[in-house]
Write a protein that binds this ligand. Structure first.
Ligand SMILES: O=c1ccn([C@@H]2O[C@H](COP(=O)(O)O)[C@@H](O)[C@H]2O)c(=O)[nH]1
Length: 279
């Protein structure tokens, strides 16, 4: 029986620190690395990042969009990235942001969370904006396969609040409702639940939100989007110990040199550790 994702993630965070490095092969980054904007460039880029970081960070988050844009050959590269990352000891959070009616959601869940799937990942980002209940097949399969979900709650982009801050008839915001659903999923889980929220490090004051969901908080926005490791304690308060900060371009812009990628990763990891320890 596979250990639950939350258990595996807690251990990885304790051993390696909480940093998640994102693999986002933007066309502009491929060019900066001297690579062509084609499948060969994609493969060289992403496997270089895996070699540089997957043996030292807790989590790697491939951004599926940048692989899908090359069609089946790009997805084949993504399969190798997942396999090599897991072999090097990091957990893979597949950032594919899937969300659909329940019957179709079952298909997406099979694609990423079934142990025999070519893209089997430790966790998947999902969108609850067809209604949280539409995610039920993914929750069920995640429980069976020892994987996890990260549900978009308070995203890092400036457009998010128009949906996520909207107030429901019961007076709760949409985002607070998602957090409450996650707290219910994770009730009783130890040391950490497997059902996390995506909460951007850029979103500012979260004091009106209950982030105590007993699950991980994936926090994109550090680096290129303007948030810093020092911002984390103020944004996440007492939940900061469960935060998995993601940095993609902030690390990737230092490539293709492996030593430079590792130095940038170590610098972010150190700043995050110091900020969390001092909070
Ligand atoms: O709210 C969200 C949810 C996901 N993301 C993703 O994280 C990375 C951020 O990349 P940076 O280069 O560090 O800005 C990217 O894959 C986004 O799709 C997010 O930014 N915000």
């Amino acid at each position: 029986m596979t250990e639950p994702f939350g258990t595996r993630l807690r251990r990885a965070m304790d051993e390696r620190g909480p940093l998640c490095v994102g693999i986002d092969p933007h066309a502009s980054l491929l060019a900066d690395w001297g690579l062509n904007d084609d499948v060969t460039g994609l493969e060289r880029f992403s496997r270089t990042v895996v070699e540089a970081v997957a043996d030292r960070v807790a989590v790697v988050k491939p951004q599926s969009a940048f692989f899908e844009r090359f069609g089946s050959r790009g997805v084949a590269v993504l399969e190798r990235v997942v396999e090599e990352t897991r072999a090097a000891g990091a957990l893979v959070v597949m950032d594919a942001k899937r969300g659909d009616i329940g019957s179709t959601m079952a298909g997406y869940a099979e694609a990423f969370l079934h142990k025999d799937a070519p893209l089997f990942s430790d966790a998947l980002t999902v969108s609850p904006y067809l209604g949280y209940g539409s995610l039920a097949p993914a929750v069920e399969l995640a429980r069976e396969s020892g994987t996890g979900l990260f549900v978009l709650a308070l995203t890092s982009n400036p457009e998010g609040p128009e949906v996520q801050h909207a107030v429901r008839a019961d007076g709760r915001s949409v985002a607070a409702t998602m957090l409450a659903h996650l707290a219910a999923e994770n009730a009783g889980a130890e040391p950490l639940g497997s059902f996390g929220a995506v909460v951007g490090a850029t979103v500012g004051d979260l004091s009106s939100y209950d982030l105590a969901i007993n699950g991980p908080l994936l926090a994109p926005g550090v680096g290129a989007q303007g948030a810093t490791p020092e911002d984390l304690p103020a944004v996440f308060g007492s939940a900061v110990g469960n935060v998995v900060p993601n940095v993609s371009r902030g690390v990737l812009r230092h490539g293709p040199d492996i030593a430079a990628l590792r130095a940038a990763t170590a610098a972010f990891a150190g700043e995050i550790r110091a900020a969390v320890a001092g909070s």
